[in-house]
Design a protein around this ligand. Structure first.
Ligand SMILES: Cc1ncc(COP(=O)(O)O)c(C=O)c1O
Ligand SMILES: Nc1c(O)cccc1C(=O)C[C@H](N)C(=O)O
Length: 425
């Protein structure tokens, strides 16, 4: 089977775009030049940037400089001379425009889970008469585990999981006991994008605080934490921002909360006078009070190099291409037998990935990976494909859809080696 206009489509199926048309789209793509800024396999299509972003070409050199020059040659002097102390703030300031925040509202530190622990605990303290934390039962589980952990430490607090995130369901649960709501801007499985402005307004109207997890939207689309009125947010940098495996995460605290917010991981980097070595904790002003420990400088160096690319990328162009790539992929794969497109078709409800339900999604993804098309699988039956506009081309989307059609048509995914459940990512 092949995809393209010569196919016999099931009724309702749209005629496909040809590969030549995709090549023409690539030739006119204003973001095409960014591809050369990443190290990518010569062959194949990488559609897993929603899990681990690709390696920016400049990263290795920047990390080498920090290792050999700042650390190796300058040693301890680099804390002051190379600006190591300021790095969490500086990187936060560079992420701020990508999430619609002011520079002093974002800081880079720790991991998404740890940062969620900090901001959720701070939110509970800001709403002392309230004890419920609402989360989405289908959220990436670490968020739910952290909500469980935080509420477990606060007398009388509880974590309640919503069966869905519709406005009606939220309304049903938003009573006077809800202190905070934690939701993902883009769902890690389905790719569904929530209306940040509307949800935030609804939550705040009920007197609760809104905490967004923007792991799957930062770098994929413009995020507007400030104008949407978000109270707190957390996000990772290893997906669309391309900071590297396990790269440091970030957190956002709206300026209006910074003076009163108190987070429980009160380590010395959040102290007003860390080098006075005082026995009692006294938080510093501003976003800095959300720091805990010494920054991980090598990880931060890699993130800095990745953010250099973002200085030049126009997020509106990224969003436009992301929607075009996902539209293209959906139109090419929706007629395939046994495939159900789970990701919303409406642009305003879609992030930058496409999730396809297939009964045998796991071995199908393994067979695709062997052919060089790298996506991933999320139980029980979702094949996930992430589209990163800085380095995925239209022709590659066409090739990936063609490979999927061939895998399904040939039935090669039935081979025993694709059905061994070894891989975990
Ligand atoms: C929505 C979401 N939140 C959090 C995480 C992970 O957090 P951490 O950086 O703590 O591993 C992920 C994926 O890894 C995620 O998809
Ligand atoms: N963060 C990951 C990791 O450290 C290892 C493997 C995968 C991941 C992921 O990013 C999973 C991802 N959050 C997801 O959307 O499923």
């Amino acid at each position: 089977m092949s995809i393209g206009p010569d196919d016999t489509r099931p009724s309702g199926g749209r005629p496909g775009t040809t590969r030549e048309q995709c090549e023409a789209l690539d030739a006119a793509d204003p973001l095409a030049g960014f591809r050369a800024e990443f190290t990518l396999p010569d062959k194949g299509v990488y559609l897993d940037g929603n899990s681990l972003g690709a390696l920016p070409v400049r990263t290795a050199e920047r990390v080498r400089e920090v290792v050999e020059e700042e650390w190796g040659r300058e040693l301890i002097r680099s804390w002051n001379d190379a600006g190591w102390f300021e790095q969490p703030y500086r990187l936060g300031g560079r992420i701020a425009p990508l999430v619609g925040a002011a520079a002093g509202e974002v800081v880079v530190c720790d991991t998404t889970s740890v940062n969620l622990f900090k901001v959720l605990a701070a939110a509970l303290r800001l709403r002392p008469g309230r004890r419920t934390v609402l989360g989405d039962g289908a959220a990436f589980p670490t968020d739910l585990y952290i909500a469980e952990g935080v509420t477990g430490l606060v007398g009388g607090a509880r974590s309640v999981l919503l069966p869905s995130t519709t406005p009606e369901e939220l309304e049903r649960h938003l009573d006077g006991d809800v202190a905070a709501v934690v939701l993902s801007h883009v769902d890690y499985r389905t790719g569904e994008l929530l209306d940040m402005a509307a949800v935030t307004a609804q939550v705040r109207a009920a007197g609760a605080l809104m905490i967004w997890d923007v792991c799957h939207s930062v770098g994929a689309l413009p995020v507007e934490l400030g104008s949407c009125g978000a109270d707190f947010a957390v996000g990772c940098t290893y997906k669309y921002l391309n900071g590297g495996p396990g790269s440091p995460a970030f957190l956002y605290v709206a300026e209006r909360h910074q003076a009163a917010a108190e987070q429980p991981l009160s380590g010395w980097f959040g102290h007003a006078r860390p080098f006075a070595f005082e026995p009692a904790y006294a938080p510093t002003g501003g976003i800095g009070r959300f720091l805990t420990s010494s920054p991980s400088l090598l990880g931060q160096a890699a993130l800095g190099a990745a953010l250099d690319v973002w200085e030049r990328a126009d997020l509106r162009a990224v969003r436009a291409k992301s929607l075009a790539l996902t539209d293209l992929f959906i139109s090419l794969v929706e007629p395939l037998d046994g495939v159900e497109v789970v990701t919303p078709r409406e642009h305003h409800r879609r992030g930058s990935q496409v999730a396809l339900r297939h009964r045998d999604g796991y071995p199908v993804v393994q067979a695709l990976i062997e052919r060089g098309v790298i996506g991933d699988f999320r139980a029980p039956d979702l094949m996930r494909f992430g589209f990163t506009p800085l380095y995925v081309s239209y022709a590659q989307v066409w090739d990936a859809a063609q490979q999927l059609a061939e895998v399904l048509e040939s039935g090669e995914w039935r081979e025993e080696r694709f059905n061994r459940r070894g891989a975990v990512t």
